[in-house]
Design a protein around this ligand. Structure first.
Ligand SMILES: N[C@@H](CCC(=O)N[C@@H](CS)C(=O)NCC(=O)O)C(=O)O
Length: 326
């Protein structure tokens, strides 16, 4: 675990000293957008026109943020248009590695690099910042388009539609206000909340994060008790974003991140909802529990110095979900 400072790799854990033990996630720095016609998107440069075969994703199968991009790529039918490399599950002294030495890890098919930080410095030799997944790479311009998953899924959602992507939007115009509002508290308290609990280095910071996490899961349980999805009957990107956290919750976050007030299996509506999404066509193939469990338990040595992987609670994702009646 580490970061680049002016293009040089430094092995260091997150600094929580200046934030009273709170984990504060840094902003992603590459914020260009692929668009249908190559015009500039909401931020960044123009010139990233949607083209089949031009773009490449670097993901970790362990990472909930990268997982979102894999799901939208799959559901939008973009698997033949956008290629993917999968990093090794363990993120150690050199950060994300590309040895390919683990089932389903691919190595780097573009450059044969050993570490993801080499992709960052290939684009920006003096880059300062964290080296995170996902990374969306442009094979034509040899540049990083984006390393922000929330924006990558929006590009996948529409930019390739005229090239034959599957129809339908996970962020339809009429629902955008509702989706944005749900995303904002779920991001802060749940998606990032588990990390704020797990990476806290003070009791106060941990208690604050874990309390708002479970208050929010209670709120989600109430919503899902009468609604099939977060936004009524519409399955949207808000559900995809929540799913990638939920599927890691009982197997990892409960024990490894000390999110142990309740388990997802204690929430009937959320459990059914998690199962339903897992069972949607194409989703189960994006879930790799080996990568997930190896990554967390073996990469965060300051949380789990022995590297022992817990046995994990039983939870059958393939059991009947019972959500049809909603
Ligand atoms: N804002 C980013 C966050 C991505 C992120 O933090 N990914 C984690 C893996 S789950 C990572 O690569 N962490 C490495 C690090 O922080 O050094 C996004 O949503 O794309």
């Amino acid at each position: 675990m580490g970061l680049l400072v002016e293009g040089v790799w430094h092995d260091q854990w997150y600094d929580t000293k200046t934030s009273k033990g709170e984990f504060v996630r840094s902003e992603a720095q590459f914020r260009n957008w692929i668009t249908a016609d190559g015009s500039a998107g909401q931020t960044g440069d123009a010139g990233f026109q949607a083209e089949a075969g031009r773009y490449h994703l670097y993901v970790s199968l362990a990472c909930p943020w990268a997982h979102r991009t894999l799901i939208v790529r799959e559901l939008k039918g973009l698997t033949d248009m956008i290629s993917v490399d999968v990093v090794d599950p363990l993120m150690l002294e050199q950060g994300w590695a590309l040895s390919g030495d683990f089932a389903a890890a691919t190595g780097d098919s573009l450059f044969g690099y050993s570490y993801l930080h080499q992709i960052y410095t290939r684009d920006q030799p003096d880059y300062t910042g964290r080296v995170t997944v996902p990374v969306l790479w442009d094979k034509k311009l040899n540049r990083i388009v984006s390393n922000e998953s929330s924006e990558i899924i929006r590009m996948f959602n529409t930019a390739f539609d005229h090239l034959g992507a599957r129809e339908g939007s996970f962020y339809p115009q009429a629902l955008q206000t509702d989706i944005d509002s749900v995303n904002s508290w779920i991001y802060d308290k749940v998606n990032n909340g588990v990390y704020r609990a797990g990476f806290a280095t003070s009791q106060e910071a941990y208690t604050k994060a874990v309390t708002s996490l479970f208050d929010s899961l209670d709120r989600i349980e109430a919503i899902l008790s009468s609604n099939r999805y977060l936004i009524g009957e519409h399955f949207t990107e808000a559900d995809i974003r929540l799913f990638t956290t939920l599927v890691r919750f009982d197997p990892v976050y409960v024990t490894h991140f000390k999110c142990d007030l309740r388990r997802i299996s204690d929430y009937p509506a959320i459990s059914g909802y998690l199962r339903e999404i897992y069972q949607m066509e194409g989703i189960a193939e994006t879930v790799n529990m080996e990568h997930i469990r190896h990554h967390y338990y073996r990469s965060h040595s300051m949380i789990n110095p022995t590297g022992v992987i817990s046995i994990g609670a039983e939870f059958d994702l393939t059991a009947a979900h019972g959500r049809d009646s909603l």
